[in-house]
Design a protein around this ligand. Structure first.
Ligand code: KDG
Ligand code: MG
Length: 402
């Protein structure tokens, strides 16, 4: 089998997605997600100008060699644009291989290690009362694990919280929206929020929280320690990820489990975190972490050090990534949990898929390959719209992590 050509489909059915379609001389094609939220066209250009011309004539079964060709061959290794582009090709090739062999992808990744994939959803409220309502609503929907984010009294908006009644959507058309940040108000509020939620719902539901890179290590240590009585499943992105060593300080002070990695591009962003056992869950995804080929290696390293996976699954990752994640989730021994932020119905229509949700779990389905397709005609009706992630500033105007 040979790759004949590849094409990129950019569409915006409620939000932007970049999809790579790799075609072969046997008529089988594979899909890869290439969406880098807020920087979409950089990946489009990288693929179009520098990657697609090199794919023609390659055997799509040689996933390892093609990965190394694109990684080593670029000379400029790593970085989100490069690794997202490589990931898109890698996903598409694994999709082709599994389709050609007429098996669901998980069969090529070790088969089933479990029957179903535990997921967590988002409960985002404008205030603690609304947040509790959202938690209770999601418990009724069958979720067994819930990420809890709440508006903070005295602060105008915070990470993860939309206006009441609206869905949370970080990327917005136009120039970046500005949010405000106050560490002191946040730190005194969050433990009280979790105390209230635990008192109302009891111990059974798993609770998670995302600090979205905003604290210093010692501030994060205080938060982790004060949250201990409420037994979080994880505290995500407590500090900025660039400095792996900073997790040593945090780890010394708290038993609250730590999750990190949705912005990681490769194993070299987390080798220290894994080998020193500074984290409990790795959030690096197939999409931004170099594809199935590279995630497999990273997850296997993590397994040795008792670090489990918790793949990023926000709505800016297309159903192609969700499918790839679910095949990995089903097969990796050290799977922990999968994020599930359901796409809008229109997105599911543009990307018809075999995976489905039932009773707090996702199932990848048994369609050959990834089990996702793209409806080109429908996608064509929703052209790309430039959109940005928000930015964040402290009360005095200092730029902060969003
Ligand atoms: O594009 C950025 C989002 O994917 C990110 O803000 C979502 O933090 C996030 C999460 O945990 O899902
Ligand atoms: Mg996050």
């Amino acid at each position: 089998m040979k790759i004949t050509h590849a094409e990129i489909i950019v569409c915006s059915p409620t939000r932007n997605f970049v999809t790579l379609v790799v075609h072969t001389d046997e008529g089988i094609y594979g899909l890869g997600d290439a969406t880098l939220n807020g920087r979409e066209m950089a990946v489009v250009s990288y693929l179009q100008e520098h990657v697609i011309p090199c794919l023609t004539g390659k055997d799509p079964f040689n996933t390892e060699d093609t990965w190394q060709f694109l990684y080593k061959g670029a000379y400029w290794k790593r970085g989100p644009v490069t690794m997202t582009s490589i990931a898109a090709v890698d996903m598409a090739l694994w999709d082709i291989k599994a389709k050609a062999l007429n098996v669901p992808l998980y069969q090529l990744l070790g088969g089933k290690s479990r029957e179903k994939v535990l997921v967590y959803c988002h409960a985002n409220g404008t205030d603690p009362h609304h947040t509790l309502e959202e938690v209770e609503k999601h418990i009724e929907m069958g979720y067994k694990a819930i990420r809890v984010q709440s508006g903070i009294p005295g602060m105008r908006g915070t990470y993860g919280v939309a206006k009441k009644g609206e869905k949370y959507e970080p990327a917005t058309p136009g120039l970046p929206q500005q949010y405000e940040w106050n560490t002191e108000k946040y730190l005194s509020f969050v433990p009280r929020l979790f105390e209230m939620i635990r008192n109302k719902i009891g111990e059974e539901i798993l609770l998670l929280h995302d600090a979205h890179h905003r604290l210093t290590p010692i501030e994060a240590a205080r938060l982790g320690r004060e949250l201990e009585p409420y037994h979080l499943f994880w505290l995500e992105d407590p500090v900025s990820e660039e400095l792996q060593e900073s997790f040593r300080l945090l780890r010394r002070h708290t038993t609250t489990p730590i999750a990190v990695g949705e912005i990681f591009s490769s194993v070299f962003d987390c080798h220290l975190l894994i080998t020193e056992q500074l984290i409990d869950y790795l959030r690096m995804t197939v999409l931004h972490g170099g594809g199935i080929t590279h995630i497999l290696k990273t997850a296997h390293l993590a397994e040795i050090y008792n670090v489990r996976t918790g793949f990023h699954g926000a709505t800016d990752l297309s159903p192609v990534t969700m499918a790839a994640s679910l095949h990995l989730d089903l097969s990796l021994h050290n799977f922990g949990i999968q994020e599930h932020m359901p796409h809008e119905p229109l997105v599911d229509e543009v990307f018809p898929h075999a995976y489905f949700f039932a009773g707090g779990y996702l199932y990848p389905g048994d369609a050959p390959g990834l089990g996702v397709d793209i409806n080109r005609q429908l996608a064509g009706k929703y052209p790309y719209r430039p959109a940005y992630l928000p930015i964040n500033r402290r009360d005095d105007g200092t730029m902060w992590n969003w």
